[in-house]
Design a protein around this ligand. Structure first.
Ligand code: PLP
Length: 450
């Protein structure tokens, strides 16, 4: 098999996600992958690419990781799947116990779904239903932050605020209340990230003060708005938000689907704000990039609001066919084992520092408006004008030039608009990081040319 054979066949039958398929007939060819190993992806002709975006932020410990492969093989020999209503199994019990152990204190119950958007949908329904069971059916609105992203099923899409994904479907979506994001990109010159986050929090506080009677929950992506362009903010925002949610009787839903499992430098981003949300949604890194699985962790208080005699009809009657799939759970357990046994959070610190140092020279570049980082996520934002941070018009699609250049230099960099970022698997080496930085620098140089 040659690359071209698979591409030609694939374009006749596969409709790819998040893609204008016409692009693939022109300048942006589809890339066929035959195999993966560690940070490397390899095509049918032996070309290799460092997976700098962890295959859409899911891969943690490399492709074809022997320890995870072994966990799958072991589980398949015992039980591939069983209905989770009325039945239970060892991987799901073990995983629930382990997740309760490693997440912030007070999250004591684990509900299962099979992708990030579905976890968000479940958390929204649970929050609304909690208030209904408590005799407060008037609480039916949700608050989000500007530039947020929570997935693409209708409820999750309604909750997001990235117009590229949302505007087309607006007539189908529920209304939400939007508070301004603490995104430090927008701070005034000389203002600290912390001061800006506190200033932006005032609008959230005001919104909650005025409308808490109708609000079920505030939903946030702690520390990094990933799909919103890897925009970052100071953890103080969520410390304040937790206090306010308690004060006004509103739930806090932490969407850690992308940032969980070490991406921000701590196992969970909420740790940096010292808070426990009422709901925490996890997916992506939960299975280290292997299988679709997601969870909603919540508190005893939430769980108890649903716990009663059947006839009260207070139960949470929500399900997905593959809820708590045993193979997915076994992979998640192997993932947690690797975090523990290899002291991953500790050893990532050196890699984070290396990422920062390797792009430091770009700070002075006339078309780099911002370099930002939380732990293992680093972003470089290209701008047309540095002083005013004026963006390049989106129609120019300059990010794609970086992507195309990177493919010629053994790297998979897939910018979000004008934002070039690294969110690599944790098995990357310092030498590979320096190579990515070199490729990104070349790519940016090419992309900003007229
Ligand atoms: C990816 C993502 C989702 C949606 O997860 P899917 O598995 O793609 O449905 C939700 N929230 C955030 C923050 C994400 O990055």
């Amino acid at each position: 098999m040659r690359n071209a054979d698979l591409v030609t066949r694939g374009l006749k039958s596969v409709w790819h996600p998040c893609t204008q398929m016409k692009d693939h007939e022109g300048a942006v060819p589809l890339v066929p992958i035959k195999r993966g190993e560690g940070v490397w992806l390899e095509d049918f002709e032996g070309n290799r690419f460092i997976d700098a975006v962890s295959s859409w932020w899911v891969n943690l410990f490399g492709h074809a990781n022997p320890r995870i492969n072994a966990a799958i093989q072991k589980q398949i020999g015992e039980l591939e799947h069983v209905i989770l209503a009325g039945f239970t199994h060892e991987p799901v019990v073990n995983l629930s116990e382990r997740l309760i152990e490693v997440t912030p204190p007070g999250l004591n119950k684990v509900f299962y779904a099979d992708n990030g958007s579905s976890a968000i949908e479940a958390a929204l329904k649970m929050s609304f239903h909690y208030w209904k069971n408590h005799g407060k059916p008037g609480k039916k609105n949700f608050v989000n932050l500007s530039n947020s992203y929570h997935g693409e099923t209708l409820g999750a899409l309604a909750l997001g605020d990235v117009s590229l994904y949302k505007d087309t479907y607006q007539p189908l979506l529920m209304e939400v209340l939007t508070a301004p994001s603490p995104d430090a990109f927008n701070k005034e010159p000389g203002e600290t990230d912390e001061a800006y986050a506190l200033r932006q929090f005032e609008a959230m506080d005001k919104l909650l003060a005025e409308k808490h009677d109708e609000i079920c929950a505030v939903v946030v992506e702690p520390l990094i708005q990933c799909a919103g362009g890897m925009r970052m903010h100071h953890p103080i925002y969520h410390t304040k938000l937790r206090e306010a949610c308690d004060r006004y009787g509103v739930h806090l839903i932490a969407d850690e689907i992308a940032v969980g499992f070490g991406r921000t430098g701590t196992l969970f981003a909420c740790e940096q704000s010292g808070i426990t949300p009422d709901f925490m949604c996890l997916s992506k890194g939960l299975t280290a990039g292997y299988l679709p699985l997601s969870v909603v962790l919540t508190t005893d208080d939430v769980y108890n609001a649903f716990y009663d005699d059947y006839e009260t009809l207070k139960a949470f009657l929500h399900s997905h066919s593959y809820t708590g799939n045993p193979i997915g759970c076994a992979v998640a357990l192997a993932t947690l084992d690797i975090f523990r046994d290899d002291n991953v959070i500790e050893s990532n610190r050196g890699l984070s520092t290396c990422m920062a140092e390797s792009v430091a020279h770009l700070a002075d570049h006339p078309n780099v408006g911002d370099i930002r980082q939380h732990g293992m996520t680093l972003a470089v934002e290209m701008v047309k004008d540095k002083a005013s941070k004026t963006p390049f018009p989106w129609q120019e699609r300059r990010g794609i030039r970086v992507y195309q250049h990177a493919l010629t230099r053994q790297a998979l960099l897939r910018p979000l608009g004008n934002v070039v970022y690294f969110m690599p698997p944790y098995v990357i080496t310092e030498e590979q990081i320096r190579h990515l930085a070199q490729v990104a620098t070349e790519g940016i140089e090419i992309a900003v040319r007229d």
